[in-house]
Design a protein around this ligand. Sequence first.
Ligand code: ADP
Length: 616
Amino acid sequence: MSEKQTFEYKAEMKQLLNLIIHSLYTHPEIFLRELISNSSDALNKLRIKMLTDNNVFQKDKELGIWIEFDSKARTFSIEDSGIGMTKEEVVNNLGTIARSGTLEFLEEIKKNKQTSQENLIGQFGVGFYSVFMVTEEVTVETRSWLNDEKGCKWVSKGEGSYTIEDMNKTTRGTKISFKLKDEYKDFAEEYKVKNIIEKYSNFTNFPIYVKNTKVNTISALWHKAEKDISLEEANEFYKYITDDYSEPLGYKHISIDGKVNFKSLVFIPSTAPFDLMRVHTERSLHLYSNKVLIQKDCKDLLPEYLCFVRGVVDTVDLPLNVSREVTQSSPVMENIKNILTREILGLLKNWQEKDIEKYKKFYDNFGRMLATGVNSDFKNKDKIVDLLLFRSTKATDNKGNSVSLKDYVLRMKPSQKEIYYLSGQTEDSIIKNPNLEYFNKNDLEVLLLTDPVEVYIMPFINEYNKHQVKSIDKADIELKPEDKAEKPEDDLAVSLLGKFKVVLNDKVEDVVLSKRLVESPVTLVTSKEGLDPQMEKLMRTMNKDFLGSKKIMEINASHPLVRNLSKRLSDNDKDPIIEKCIVQLFEGAKFLEGSLESSADFIKRMTEIMEQATNK
Ligand code: ADP
């Protein structure tokens, strides 16, 4: 038997421990949830092992969790008959941070002072260390499932170092014991322990014994008939599987018998995780086979745009002992995924039709993610498009009013053929865009897009209900002849066009008389082939050298400024103010679009023009 060895924690680990113990957790009772959850994982791993391997130490021992404590001595222990750890595993699992970047992430969380820090911490695989909140020193005794292992003992005071030595442990699994700090002696009271288990661990899939009495109601909730599942039960279950503290927005029970067989409980959370759009989320549905957990967060069960959905899927159709790669590519998996997608989109449609307030809450949190499905799930594209909500010129109140494409089409004017949209950085700036003038004057609704995801997916929608979806700053918008604002195309204006072309030269693709302007003198539009201006901006942020396409400048021949310029031009075509005004109009239009790179010249020129105008 080897000597006791002492190891120093690495500096990063010390910092991490310090952070966990002193700053991150606000509910010390969480330690029990974390330890039970680790035991439950260890039991599950063993159960899966036993499906294919008979050679397990103490293979007939009951799979369970035993909790003991003594309120006088303030001692506490939790033991499981799970998979256990070899000495090497103990060193690897308990002495180091599993995932790189964990420390940085947690520091970040601490800074942000999120209200639900504890939910986030669970995502980083550091739950075990929460025990150091309630104790100074922890002893872990463990014996692996492998027959020829003997057992080992790990003792740590948390912030400095730990020791490890061989021991003769007679039972399989892991026992964690410690003495509670004086201020936490309550955790050695029976009522308290039972309370915590009821709150956090009631659905643990293995019996939990407190002083040899079973306390949890083991229940694979999804196996019940839908009518027998109460809302409270479902919500508690959601909290248990997600570590979320708040109630879900809603859920659906799915039971399918046919080509594939499975049962599922899916939940839509009430708030989005902080990193929803930033990283490919690690969270997803848990996969069970006949109540045995096979894979936590099995991402292959849902398309990426539904990655916010949480819950469980239980199927007996998948062979359990096969590798993840095989499971991934199995047709059973594909079938389940298709059905789940259909059901979840159905649930959302139902909310949209019957409970719009709830649906809007959902959409505020997850709408952007859902929308990405438009270009990734061709089969369900139409259903997803129907679920989209937009702001529009007829829904610009600050109550977050929005319109679906279906509603948009319902209130289209009889003569209107196309669905119009306009994008910009903020709603305020879009509303002031001169390209809207014609549409406002003719009472045509225009969708207002400020989100890059919306801008990105619009070209993929292309057509809705036989109506083309079009950006109104494109040059090829079909303005109906009878709606055309009357524009005198007199010779004067035509010669001014020529002047514009000479002055702006290679800055624009063309200069034309406008059919769409009502109040503004000029505007910039994109040529038929060009990208949406917001899309161009996106491209530019991704690639600094991206030039973008040249715009077409439209001028409003009936605007007083344009008329004045025409007149001046016919009096004296060398008049320097004309050129100055033309450049100023061009840069002003770019400014409105958000694409003017430097405003210094713009301001200087404006000052010169004002000086001239006031010099009487
Ligand atoms: P997480 O459980 O999220 O991975 P923890 O810090 O809680 O992070 O645990 C670290 C690792 O230690 C676990 O991944 C597991 O391998 C091991 N471990 C913890 N508790 C047990 C246990 N009761 N039985 C076996 N292994 C355990």
